[in-house]
Design a protein around this ligand. Sequence first.
Ligand SMILES: C[S@@+](CC[C@H](N)C(=O)[O-])C[C@H]1O[C@@H](n2cnc3c(N)ncnc32)[C@H](O)[C@@H]1O
Length: 177
Amino acid sequence: MLSQTTLFGEEYKIHQFPPTQYLGSKEKLVNWILEVAPKDIKTVFDAFSGSSVVGYYFKDSGYKLYSNDFLKCNYLIAKSLLENKEITLDENDLAILLNENTKADNLIESVFTGVFFERDQAQFLDKFRANVEKLDNEYKKALALAIMNRSLTRKVTLGHFAHLKAIEYSKLSLIHI
Ligand SMILES: C[S@@+](CC[C@H](N)C(=O)[O-])C[C@H]1O[C@@H](n2cnc3c(N)ncnc32)[C@H](O)[C@@H]1O
């Protein structure tokens, strides 16, 4: 079981999970989903896990959980927050992630500058992404990418399903976020 200590008791358990922000998240419904789930089950299959908020809550409540999602970003969230039981990022890992990296490519800079980020922010993200590969553990890598994903979606209006439309609009010079 995945469990964290809480200052505020059971009622606020959900707040231990990093808040989600995208259309379709079931974050506000997890208490209700748990309530209406059959009482005689011990195992849950979250077939479209998305942010993993539903799976996390079931797992934290003692159920055996299987999780599935065909998007790699969502697979990484599940790996880092559900499958991972004890690995965290420490100061040394953060130093690696925040370090310069001369081998970083400029994917985020070239696609998202002027769309969601200023150029220096995009360059930082390209470096962070490249530095993830220097971490020496698969759960640390998944955690770093999940953190990056969660931070990025907070900058994207309507969450991560909106980014392709935003690029299209920005090319028409209709909006600048
Ligand atoms: C509405 S979201 C899931 C919401 C999730 N319960 C939450 O609260 O974050 C639907 C998810 O289904 C995934 N998905 C859609 N079709 C799929 C398929 N054929 N196989 C696996 N995952 C799929 C998407 O990638 C998306 O993350």
